[in-house]
Design a protein. Structure first.
Length: 393
């Protein structure tokens, strides 16, 4: 399924929707940052995900500059569409993963690489927090013992202290306006005091009880670090790859109030799997571990969801492609990812649900079965839609 008009080849760019703009645009790549204490397996995980060769060694601050890897999002639907359409090329969705230097206690005051770490993490859109959940006397821990909950709290405290600094600076300005009786300032002051109290109580902004409108109007613009969505990656040894261990259970208990995902991953084992030569060898390794697919594939898909991204497809003889859009994007906004003219001159979208395409086997048979939908400007694109846009400029 192609599109009507010139076939313009563009690089896909991730971004959030710019508020109050006439057209929905992707202005900057969305990134998930890998964070954690030194020597917990961040760079090994990054290498495993991206096949980039970030330096990985047994000493703190091995990663100084943040490494960025463009990671393919595994999607069996794309493989099925390729099988049915037999295109000249296939382009999958990707997500940016950033490996950020390890953080230690006192980072909010500049200890270790604190200022650099905090600056780098502020530029990401979601956090993959790696926690060491394995024992190995040959790999040093910066604090001398293994305690993933303690490690998590150290980083949480440093990030919360930085957010506390942000909210206090903002409150100084809001207080002055509130004294004049300004209603908007009084509302903002009330919300920010709640945030300040929560942070002082050891809570991340994402765990503070705020309404959606309060977040959108007052906290989102301040870009709080601890308001970013987070997934905890429990790095275990090979024996715990399928079932986890006691360390993992302690992590689950400690993050219960955050509504955050916890993923179990044997990072060093995953790295070994990626080095195996054939698909069959990798599958045999996974079966021996009791896994049906690499944990890294689950992590990539989870990171994609964490960034609130979803996929729609275009499918034609020249190209089958996965396009990335934020959850909730309309049909014209989705068209704009291909080219801005598609959004400006949007007329309608012809939509086939992925399962219908897979079941009937071709666009022609879907049309014959009456399963092709004609959608207008208000249509909210669903994950997996196969789309054809009609436009006029």
């Amino acid at each position: 399924m192609g599109w009507n008009g010139e076939n313009v080849q563009l690089s896909l760019i991730f971004a959030t929707a710019k508020k109050n703009s006439q057209f929905f645009k992707f202005s900057e790549r969305m990134k998930a940052g890998i964070v954690g204490m030194p020597n917990v397996g961040k760079s090994t995980l990054f290498n495993c995900l991206s096949n980039a060769k970030a330096q990985s060694a047994n000493f703190p601050f091995c990663t100084i500059e943040p490494n960025i890897g463009v990671v393919i999002v595994p999607d069996h639907r794309l493989e099925k569409l390729e099988e049915l359409v037999n295109p000249e090329r296939v382009l999958p969705a990707t997500v940016d993963i950033v490996d950020i230097a390890g953080l230690v206690k006192g980072a909010s005051e500049g200890e270790g690489l604190g200022n650099q770490f905090l600056g780098n993490i502020r530029e990401t859109d979601a956090i993959l927090h790696v926690l060491r959940c394995f024992d190995n006397d040959n790999i040093a821990h910066v604090d001398g013992s293994i305690d993933p909950v303690r490690d998590k709290e150290i980083i949480d405290i440093e990030l919360q202290l930085k957010d506390l600094e942000t909210v206090e600076n903002r409150l100084e300005k809001v207080f002055r306006a509130a004294r004049t009786g300004n209603k908007e300032a009084l509302n903002e002051q009330k919300v920010l005091i709640k945030v300040k109290t929560g942070l002082e109580g050891g809570n991340s902004v994402r765990a503070i009880d705020l309404t959606e409108s309060e977040r959108e109007e007052y906290t989102d613009p301040l870009l709080f670090i601890t308001d970013k969505p987070v997934m905890y990656v429990c790095n275990v040894d090979e024996n715990a790859a399928a079932t986890g261990n006691d360390y993992v259970e302690k992590v689950r208990a400690s993050v219960a109030n955050e509504k955050a995902e916890v993923l179990v991953l044997a990072v060093s084992t995953e790295a070994e799997i990626t080095e195996l030569g054939t698909y069959e060898e990798r599958q045999m390794f996974l079966e021996d571990l009791g896994l049906d697919e690499p944990g890294s594939a689950k992590l990539i898909r989870s990171a994609y969801r964490l960034l609130k991204l979803q996929t729609y497809f275009t499918a034609g003889e020249k190209e089958v492609r996965a396009w990335t859009i934020p959850v909730g994007a309309t049909a014209p906004q989705a068209a704009g990812v291909i080219h801005t003219d598609f959004e400006k001159g949007f007329i309608r979208a012809e939509v086939i649900k992925y399962h219908d395409f897979a079941n009937y086997g071709s666009e022609a048979k879907v049309r014959e079965a009456g399963k092709l939908g004609i959608e207008g400007k208000e249509y909210i694109v669903q994950d997996g839609d196969v789309m054809h846009f009609r436009f006029n400029v």
